[in-house]
Design a protein around this ligand. Structure first.
Ligand SMILES: NC(=O)c1ccc[n+]([C@@H]2O[C@H](COP(=O)([O-])OP(=O)(O)OC[C@H]3O[C@@H](n4cnc5c(N)ncnc54)[C@H](OP(=O)(O)O)[C@@H]3O)[C@@H](O)[C@H]2O)c1
Length: 328
């Protein structure tokens, strides 16, 4: 079998993790896919930065060069912001390439359009890493959607916010102090607005809603607030009641497909499944009409958890192509 040829867009925490895992896990990939996986190109913003990339890999800031590569199969995208990623992924799909993305902001804004375009073009767009990083919740929901109806999802989807709320309670410090600690440990961005104001969780809730309903979601439907107004007094009053404040994204789908969704701090008691989720972990409680509550918990971010989940997407794309070829 000829190698599966990959271009990686973005070579930061996630993109470099994808590259390293493809380099170091060739034997396993060959076992899973029946042939090697080869990185032919890496696209970045600043080609002058020093990076550990083999000399025979094209490093470029020009997406047209990527599209001109012979026999490219798949584009793995880990850039930030909606653009230029959206334009690149649209062009990749139009050129008949498969797409794997971790970019939640892009996918919350444009995922519906990309999936529609991919369906028309007969390729796949995989986005497991956009929600809860290393926790394979998209695949689990797709699995459940076959027979169960998912009626409710409640989730902690931002590890940084969960770390801050945990620190505020454990160390009795202000939000600003807990945020500084999160930044020192590399959990929080230098500009934490998307996290603290709840937008990062909003992106993930929109992606889940579009998956569950199959419709384009109007963002105004989702009430969104972050944790910027939470004070140490709120945290200690919750503790007195035997509760903890968690930042929760939740959605309810009725049997007519109508949805209600919100993102906000919630005070939960000991019996709630999100009560014990502490530190940087993510957790998603999915209620199926027949299964009842299922809890998925794990690392919502990080280089190898996120990169490995993107490679899981790559493997499932090419395993399903192989299966389809065999059954023909
Ligand atoms: N970090 C995580 O744990 C995690 C988890 C889940 C999802 N994600 C998502 O994955 C994506 C990447 O995250 P990250 O943490 O890897 O980001 P990062 O470390 O900041 O890396 C971003 C990469 O994108 C490149 N880039 C930025 N603007 C570009 C442009 N205009 N054209 C071409 N390349 C551009 C940068 O190029 P230069 O190298 O030249 O600067 C850099 O290589 C984001 O959408 C994020 O939301 C991240």
């Amino acid at each position: 079998m000829r190698p599966i040829k990959v271009a990686i867009l973005g070579f930061g925490t996630v993109g470099s993790g994808v590259y390293e895992l493809i380099e170091t896990k060739q034997d396993l990939l060959e076992q899973l896919l029946g042939g090697p996986v080869r990185v032919d190109a890496v696209l970045v913003k600043d080609v002058g930065k020093s990076r550990t990339i083999h000399d025979d890999v094209l490093v470029t800031d020009d997406f047209s060069e990527i599209l001109r590569l012979p026999e490219l199969d798949v584009v793995i995208e880990a850039i930030v912001n909606v653009e230029p990623g959206y334009t690149y992924l649209r062009r990749a799909i139009e050129a008949g390439l498969y797409v794997v993305t971790a970019n939640k902001e892009l996918f919350a804004n444009k995922g519906f359009e990309l999936r529609q375009l991919a369906e028309k073009r007969g390729v796949k767009v995989c986005f497991e890493a956009t929600v809860a990083g290393g926790v394979p919740i998209i695949g689990a929901l797709k699995q459940l959607l076959r027979f169960n109806q998912v009626v409710k999802v409640e989730a902690i989807l931002n590890g940084t916010m969960n770390y801050i709320l945990t620190k505020m309670r454990e160390d009795q410090v202000s939000l600003e102090e807990a945020l500084l600690q999160a930044q020192r440990l590399g959990y929080a961005e230098a500009d934490p607005a998307n996290d603290v104001e709840g937008f990062d969780v909003l992106f993930k809730v929109v992606i889940l809603l579009e998956l569950l309903t199959g419709r384009k979601i109007d963002w105004d439907l989702v009430r969104c607030s972050g944790i910027s107004d939470i004070t140490p007094a709120d945290i200690s009053q919750a503790s007195v009641r035997g509760e903890r404040i968690k930042h929760v994204g939740s959605l309810v789908v009725d049997d007519q497909g109508q949805v209600e969704a919100e993102v906000r701090p919630v005070s939960v008691g000991e019996s709630h499944k999100l009560y014990a989720i502490e530190g940087v972990d993510n957790a998603i409680v999915v209620t199926g009409d027949l299964t009842g509550d299922l809890v998925f918990q794990g690392p919502g971010a990080g280089k190898y958890p996120t990169a490995s989940i993107m490679i899981e997407d790559l493997v499932s794309i090419f395993q399903s192509i192989k299966k389809a070829a065999v059954s023909r």
